[in-house]
Design a binder for this molecule. Structure first.
Ligand SMILES: [Zn+2]
Length: 441
């Protein structure tokens, strides 16, 4: 690995900030910290604000000297990569503004695959850079990746400039014990990020249509369009779903093989959005097995926000040859999938009407073990039946269990056709627990 020694020269860019003589107290924006720990990979390290301020000073100086981002900055004994450092910076900025000077945990993030800038030179005022810091933090937590850019009043500020801008803001705070009133932003003149040096082999997504006759434009469903993270892979999945049921594969078919399904009922939206978040999370990440994700079992039903597909309840006909769910299970059999999770939502007052995980003890007892773990990890009720196929003969879970692919059904509470608050996170946490149980991540 290339060792970069930071320049000790401190270049003062004194036009970068302005502090008004009559400085008003920091605007008090409520800091809602919504760390979705299940989807973040903790490095196990945390740093004091002082350490982050000191690192910001060195990164700022490095960029001003070298006109490029360093590969990492050393904090304590750790070499912190720039995506991780951006997260520390935006969290520090948001925390300082909220009066929180506590230490900040480091998580592992990916570089963006590219960066985008469409910018006019100008100032980003404090209220805006505070708000942007929270947006960046939230986005990184949901995608596991640093943003290619952030939309601001000046236009798109690219990733590299975000690292530079927030390094200057946090450094300014370190020097002056007050956040600057604004940060000036200029066009980035250095090289754009290139492919990062990968810490370990990364998974490359493969995509295919596994069922035809089910295609649809899922972006016609505004809940999908508005809640799924925007990214290149998201666009590719949307495009593929127009031709049929898409399946996205991470990993090369080795290790534990698991399948995640959503959208068996097209108007059960939280799991479909969570599956797309999962795809964005897994993309480019190193995993220990193979994950097959079917985010939209019937894209045409999702597009229309309807429960049925061609008048059929797809979760009651998985045992009928040729139906979409039957074809999905056949695909799982052909791939020799070790475990299958089918994710749904349930209406208040319906059955089960609560966050829950279904399973059966026979013939695949591992269904019960899996559900027990996911239930315990996510605070979802465990609903166990004795014999697969007895109560729900055509359900995806039952048909899979009867085929000796241990399966569970995840349910989260959300009225059909909409997305209840917190339901996407709950569904996502069920999926993550499922992957953790199978030692895939
Ligand atoms: Zn359902």
């Amino acid at each position: 690995m290339l060792l970069i020694v930071f320049s000790a020269v401190f270049i003062n860019v004194d036009d970068a900030f302005g502090v008004e003589a009559n400085d008003q107290p920091a605007e008090n924006i409520n800091t809602h910290i919504n760390v979705q720990a299940v989807q973040l990979v903790s490095t196990g390290y945390s740093y004091s604000l002082y350490q982050i301020e000191d690192a910001a000073k060195r990164v700022k100086a490095f960029i001003e000297t070298n006109k490029k981002l360093p590969n990492y900055v050393t904090i304590g004994t750790q070499q912190v990569k720039m995506p991780d450092f951006l997260y520390l910076l935006v969290t520090a900025t948001s925390n300082i503004n909220g009066g929180n000077r506590g230490s900040i945990s480091q998580y592992s993030f990916q570089n963006p695959s590219s960066s985008v800038e469409e910018l006019r030179t100008g100032n980003v005022y404090k209220s805006e850079y505070i708000s942007l810091s929270k947006q960046i933090k939230t986005s990184m937590e949901s995608t596991g990746t640093a943003p290619s850019y952030t939309q601001s009043s000046l236009g798109k500020i690219r990733y590299e400039s975000l690292v530079y801008m927030y390094s200057r803001i946090v450094n300014f705070y370190g020097q002056n014990k007050v956040l600057p009133n604004y940060a000036s932003v200029n066009k980035w003149t250095g090289p754009a990020i290139s492919s990062p040096t990968a810490p370990s082999p990364v998974t490359t997504a493969k995509m295919e249509v596994i069922v035809t006759g089910t295609g649809g434009d899922v972006t016609r469903n505004s809940y999908i369009k508005n809640n799924v993270p925007s990214s290149q892979i998201t666009s590719q999945v949307y495009s593929l779903a127009k031709s049929g049921t898409p399946m996205i594969t991470f990993g090369n078919g080795t290790g534990p093989k698991v399948m995640i399904i959503a959208g068996v009922h097209g108007n059960e939206l939280p799991a479909q959005i969570a599956a797309m978040k999962m795809i964005n999370y897994l993309n480019g990440r190193s995993i220990k097995g193979t994950v097959y994700v079917v985010p939209f079992a019937a894209p045409s039903s999702t597009a229309q926000n309807t429960r049925l597909w061609n008048g059929k309840n797809l979760n009651s006909v998985a045992n009928v040859a040729g139906t979409p769910t039957n074809q999905i299970i056949n695909k799982a059999k052909a791939l020799q999938v070790n475990s299958l999770g089918d994710f749904h939502s349930t209406q208040p007052g319906g059955f089960p009407g609560k966050n829950s995980v279904f399973c059966t003890k026979s013939p695949a007892y591992e269904s019960y073990n899996t559900a027990k773990y996911v239930s315990g990890q996510t605070g979802s009720a465990l609903i166990a039946y004795n014999q697969a196929g007895a109560e729900y003969p055509g359900a995806v879970e039952d048909v899979s269990n009867l085929a000796r692919i241990p399966a569970i059904t995840g349910e989260v509470l959300s009225s059909h056709g909409i997305v209840a608050s917190g339901s996407v996170d709950k569904s996502y946490s069920q999926m993550m627990a499922f992957l953790r149980y199978k030692n895939v991540i």
